[in-house]
Design a protein around this ligand. Structure first.
Ligand code: ADP
Ligand code: MG
Ligand code: ZN
Length: 611
């Protein structure tokens, strides 16, 4: 289709050019010496004229050969209304014709030229719209995805650090691409799509390229935004094209970067974007339509998995999600080492110190720190990069970082560490709480300064009263730990308090778990939609003001009780709290297991259970 179209464009251009040439000849003829009509008539009477061509306005004449020597061959006169002219011409035997052609040309030209100009402008605009170099409007439907062959990808897994969990998960993908037979022989199903999720700059794009580099397979990469065009259907055509290409090159990897640009939930937002939806649908169709055994694996990356269309995440599509998280301290050190390879370091440089200074920074930030340090060294005319340069670069980086992602002072980090260990210890000591998976004080975003990850052991549909109370206790653990160590609480516990209060309210109002108010529900029509969860606006409160006051009292009592319980618990194991926080401060992340060991080694405390 492409070629044919180009062809017809050439026709246009040739026709246009021809038209101009003809016009040119015509105009040239008009530039002949213009003689008065009377002169023309005189020549006519003198038998000097051989032939004439008469138009509406002009008479073009040609002299007889005999006269041609003294004059030019042609002449031109403005025509006047002369009824005798024709008779005279006949009389003198002059060949004559009315030249309609010239007026016809004019008519045609007056139509065609504006159209051609219009077409030219249109083409020009179109080219600009279909953006970028190489993207001409004759190639709209084609995928701009570039095929990187193995030699083009010098990246290997060695160039990625600090994201060991993600790397481990992706090793299997590499295995498969290298030896697909091994997997298909038993009939195992390979994941079709693997979605890399994580904050910006943690190395998702880098990882995808590393996989392709390791597996030595072709790598089709395209950014989600490149699919979204202004013309409906173009993005969809591009998706079709991409998959078509990829299937021909299997085993290979298709990598869609910034998947959220195209994978936003359909119908979300005020302007449902027709084009994007079509493209997304096409992607879904293509992902369903191919057999993973052909050896095409689709990788995608996003830093906003929450806005993705659910259909993209279901089994058979991007059913495997790999978290590419912010690196911890040792991870940061490893990343610094990778990037420091290209610069000359002075002997005083201690990268582990730099790693300790940069909690919250991601790979891209660290690469930047190294680069900045090198620039600083160059500015100071030094041969090597010194520790001072690196530290200065960190400070600069941190200043920028503070805006997008708070960097905590030492004092604040201490507080966060105790807070998180507080949560974790309470969860470990109170029966009925989910086990602690991981504690971290690597800040993520503005909201969470640290977090404690609890893993539910099983899916729960029913919770008992004591289990709910345990949840409240764990939520209070952070705040109580802060009070215990620093003498006062901080704003960091606001979110915990809100959650605890919500649980307490539900217990009293909805579950009838209050001693004084009894087993009545105080809220009608929880407003549960079967698939959407509770709808606050649909619920109706059905109690008097008096009862409202009682509810408030009950909620407070419930929380106070738990607070006392947690206070006495944590006071008993204060040394463990302090030790755990110290370890967490140093390592930034801590597994639940190692805290458990710390707790156990603390000479099996005789903990009174406070109820
Ligand atoms: P993302 O796609 O997650 O936003 P990128 O993969 O584009 O991040 O990372 C940008 C750059 O930062 C990389 O090219 C690399 O130089 C550096 N970088 C990021 N993460 C890492 C990492 N884990 N290890 C080594 N370098 C990293
Ligand atoms: Mg990226
Ligand atoms: Zn907390």
């Amino acid at each position: 289709m492409d070629k044919k179209f180009r062809f017809s464009i050439w026709y246009f251009i040739i026709a246009f050019w021809g038209l101009i040439m003809l016009q040119e000849i015509y105009l040239a003829s008009q530039h002949l010496d213009e003689v008065p009509y009377s002169q023309f008539k005189a020549w006519l009477l003198e038998d000097k004229v051989a032939e004439v061509a008469i138009t509406d306005t002009i008479i073009n004449g040609k002299f007889k050969p005999a006269v041609q020597e003294e004059k030019e061959k042609w002449f031109k006169a403005i025509r006047v209304d002369d009824p005798d002219l024709v008779r005279l011409l006949e009389e003198k035997n002059v060949e004559f014709s009315g030249v309609i052609v010239s007026t016809l040309w004019k008519d045609v030209a007056s139509w065609v030229i504006p159209i051609l100009i219009f077409v030219a402008i249109w083409i020009f605009m179109f080219r600009r719209v279909s953006q970028g170099p190489g993207g001409s409007f004759m190639r709209i439907g084609q995928s701009k995805a570039k095929i990187y062959m193995e030699k083009d990808i010098p990246v290997s897994m060695k160039d990625v650090a600090g994201v060991d969990e993600a790397k481990d998960e992706l090793l299997e993908v590499i295995e498969f691409l290298k030896t697909p037979e091994k997997f298909t022989r038993i009939g195992g199903r390979i994941p079709k799509g693997v979605l890399l999720v994580g904050p910006p700059g943690t190395g998702k794009t880098l990882l995808a390229r590393a996989i392709a580099g390791e597996a030595a397979v072709p790598f089709f990469s395209i950014s989600g935004s490149e699919f979204v065009e202004m013309f409906v259907g173009v993005g969809a055509a591009r998706v079709r094209d991409l998959f078509e290409n990829a299937k021909g090159k299997a085993p290979c990897i298709i990598f869609i970067d910034e998947l959220d640009a195209l994978g936003k939930a359909r119908g979300a937002g005020p302007m449902a974007h027709e084009e994007r939806e079509q493209t997304l649908n096409q992607l879904l169709v293509e992902m369903d339509g191919f057999d993973p055994r052909v050896g095409v694996i689709i990788l995608a990356a996003t830093n906003r998995p929450e806005i993705l269309d659910q259909a993209l995440l279901r089994a058979g599509r991007f059913d495997r999600q790999v978290l590419v998280d912010r690196p911890d301290r040792s991870g940061r050190e490893a990343i610094l080492q990778i990037h420091a390879k290209v610069i000359k370091l002075a002997s005083d440089v201690a990268l582990e110190k730099i790693a300790a200074m940069t909690p919250g920074m991601v790979g891209a930030d660290l690469a930047n720190v190294i680069n900045e340090a090198a620039l600083l060294a160059i500015r100071k005319n030094r041969e090597t990069v010194e520790q001072a340069d690196l530290e200065e670069a960190v400070e600069r980086g941190v200043a920028g970082l503070e805006k997008k992602n708070r960097v905590l002072s030492e004092e604040e980090r201490k507080r966060v560490a105790h807070h998180e260990v507080g949560h974790a210890l309470v969860a470990m000591l109170i029966p009925g709480s989910d086990p602690i998976q991981k504690i971290s004080i690597i800040p993520r975003g503005i909201a969470a300064l640290g977090y404690t990850m609890q893993l539910p052991t099983e899916d729960r549909y029913l919770l008992t009263r004591s289990e709910l109370e345990s949840k409240i206790a764990v939520l209070l653990g952070g705040r109580v730990a802060e009070e215990l160590i620093f003498g006062e609480a901080s704003t960091g516990a606001a979110d915990d308090l809100q959650k605890a209060t919500n649980i307490a309210k539900l217990m009293i109002k909805n579950y009838g778990m209050s001693n004084t108010l009894g087993a009545v529900t105080l809220e009608q029509g929880l407003g549960q939609s079967m698939f959407l969860g509770p709808n606050e606006h649909a619920s109706r409160e059905i109690y008097s003001e008096e009862t409202a006051r009682e509810i408030d009292q009950e909620v407070r009592l419930l929380i106070d009780n738990q607070q006392t319980r947690v206070q006495s618990l944590l006071t008993q194991i204060k040394p463990v709290l302090v030790q755990g926080a110290k370890k967490l401060l140093a390592d930034e992340v801590m597994s639940g297991k190692s805290l458990q060991e710390l707790l156990r080694s603390h000479e099996e405390p005789k903990i009174k259970q406070v109820t």
